[in-house]
Structure formats: C-alpha cells, structure tokens
Design a protein around this ligand. Structure first.
Ligand code: NDP
Length: 295
C-alpha cells in the first residue's frame, strides 16, 4: 500500500483564504478588524522566527498584529502588566505569549493573566479544563492539536470507536490532542516516555498521532496497515548536503510508514502550516466574541 499524502500546506492555504474573506466581512459589517498581540520576551532566535512568521501570516489575511518585545531580564510584574494592558485594549482580540519564556519567569502565572476571551493559544487553564470536561466547550482550542484534528478530518478519519494512539502528553500538543479525540468518541491511548511496548501499542492504532520530538522514532512496522498517521514532530537532523547543514524530519520514518499507512502527513508541509492557520482562525474567533458582546 502507498499512503495518501495529507497536504497540510494546501489545507492551510484554503483556510487562510476563507479567513481573509471572513475578516473583510467583519470589517464591512461591524467596522472591527481582528487584532493579535504578540509578546516576545528575550532574544531566542527560534522564538523570534516564530513570532515573525505569525505576524506575517496575520498581515496576509488582513488581521492587525501588534508586536511587543521585552528584554530577557524583564520582571514578572512587567510581563504580567503588559498582558493586563493588552486584556484591556479593545483593538486586541488575541494575545499570544511566545513560549518558552526565560527561566526566571513564572509561565503559569503569565498564561493565567491572559483574559480567557483573548486566549488564542488556548493554554489558559480554564480553556484546557473545559476541553477536558464532558459536555463543555473551550472558547479556544489549542492551535497545533486543532490542526491535527482538521487534517484527520481531511483524510476522512472515522473517529467514532476508532483506536487512537497519541504519542506524547505535553500540555501544548499530546494531551489536548488526546482530549479532542475523546470528544469525537475515539478510544484513546496516551503514550509517553514510560510506556511499555510502544511498537505493540502503536500497531493497534487506526489513528496515530506522533508528538514526541524524536527523529523518525516510529518505524514502518509499528503501523497498522491502512492507519491514518499524523506526524507533529519537527526534528533537525544533520545533513551536510543541505544548504543549512540540516534537514527537518518528523517523529515517523516517513519512507517506511508511507508503504503501510492509509494516509500520512509529511514533515515539513503537514501539521506545521496548520498551527499558524488555526492561530489566525482563533484570532478571528476572538474578534467575533468581542463583536457579539457589543451587540
Ligand atoms: P515535549 O518535549 O513537551 O513532549 C514530548 C512528549 O513525548 C512527552 O510527553 C514525552 O514523555 C514523550 N516522549 C519523549 N520521548 C519519548 C519516547 N522515547 N517514547 C515515548 N514517548 C516519549 O514536546 P512537544 O509536545 O512540545 O512537541 C513534540 C514535537 O512536536 C516536537 O518535535 C516539536 O518540535 C513538535 N511540535 C510541532 C509543532 C508544529 O506546529 N508542527 C508545534 C508544537 C510542537 P514524558 O511526558 O514521559 O516526558
């Protein structure tokens, strides 16, 4: 079998053009242009790149972006004070605090300070708590796990009663992805570094989501024939032949897996582009919430 390749870049491009249309409709109908504030503390080059990409993506769909940069030694009070001022600013509908924060800052307290109505990353404990509860809906779903679900839908996944295996239990990917799958009535197994017989657990998966950060850990013979595989992992491996000296690979050995799976996401070009598209969608949703409160 050769798997269908799930083209995350194409799905994200489609979403971005829908969002562009909806942003202009909102401006025309309510005179409100969605706005995203980014908060970057320190000068971590990867974080700077992520923030730049997010702000550029905003511009392309007509969302205003407001960049705030604080020095690496900014105090807890300064960062929380900035977040509180953004909470109060009516031009801002989403607040994104780029993680990781410098070690001296209390990340939990800073994320807690974001108004849940502007929590476009979906990391506020109230949003995560609602995601974990039966019959409750979060205001915002975390972007990467939401992208995973959209790609599964795109691949025609039948969630109800499916065996879904999620590799990884982080707050930002594995755990919320598992909760979203439970909401769709899949039977979910969450694996982590202490899981025994990982290949055997994976072989039972109709849906396999890999978010561990270990280059090509999941081999072809771990995959059930016909399974849908979503590879969240983004790992650099040395490659002297590549211009930058490295290339990006996922957590799944793609060449092996594509011979067994029914459908699979590539890395790059799978989940990565979806994360930013879902952030734009959440910012639009933040503006919709603000408009509905004006009515
Ligand atoms: P974390 O490091 O926070 O979590 C990794 C998880 O994988 C942990 O739960 C850990 O277990 C588990 N794990 C680690 N090693 C193993 C192993 N050998 N066997 C089984 N489980 C293992 O990572 P993130 O969730 O933040 O990210 C995961 C990957 O996804 C990374 O490659 C990251 O770059 C990528 N990513 C991609 C995004 C995108 O937009 N495409 C967005 C966010 C992340 P334990 O809990 O026991 O430590």
């Amino acid at each position: 079998m050769t798997a269908a390749i799930i083209d995350g870049a194409a799905v994200a491009a489609r979403l971005r053009s829908e969002i562009t249309r909806e942003v202009e409709q909102m401006v025309a109908a309510h005179g409100v242009r969605p706005g995203l504030a980014t908060v970057l503390v320190g000068d971590n080059p990867a974080s700077q790149t992520y923030v730049r990409m997010k702000r550029k993506a905003c511009e392309e769909v007509g969302i205003q972006s407001f960049g705030h940069e604080l020095p690496a030694d900014a105090s807890q009070e300064e960062v929380e004070g900035l977040v509180r001022s953004l909470n109060a600013d009516p031009a801002i509908h989403g607040i994104l605090v780029q993680l990781p924060l410098p070690g001296h800052l209390n990340e939990e307290a800073i994320l807690n300070a974001i108004s849940i109505e502007k929590d476009v990353d979906g990391f506020h404990p109230v949003n995560i708590g609602r995601l974990a509860m039966k019959g409750r809906e979060p205001l915002f779903i975390p972007c990467t796990p939401h992208g995973v679900i959209v790609l599964l839908e795109e691949a025609g996944a039948k969630f109800e009663g499916a065996n879904a295996v999620v590799l990884g239990r982080s707050n930002i990917v594995g755990m919320p992805a598992a909760m979203l799958l439970v909401h769709r009535n899949a039977t979910v197994t969450i694996c982590h570094s202490r899981t025994k017989d990982l290949p055997e657990v994976c072989r039972r998966a109709d849906i396999l989501v890999a978010a561990v950060g270990r280059a090509e850990m999941v081999r072809g013979d771990w995959i059930k024939p016909g399974a849908i595989v979503i590879d969240v992992g983004t790992n650099r491996v040395d490659d002297p032949a590549a211009k930058r000296g490295y290339r990006l690979v996922g957590d799944v050995a793609f060449d092996e897996a594509k011979e067994v799976a029914g459908a699979i996401t590539p890395v790059p070009g799978g989940v990565g582009p979806m994360t930013i598209a879902m952030l734009l969608k959440n910012t639009l949703r933040g503006a919709e919430l603000a408009v509905s409160q004006l009515a």
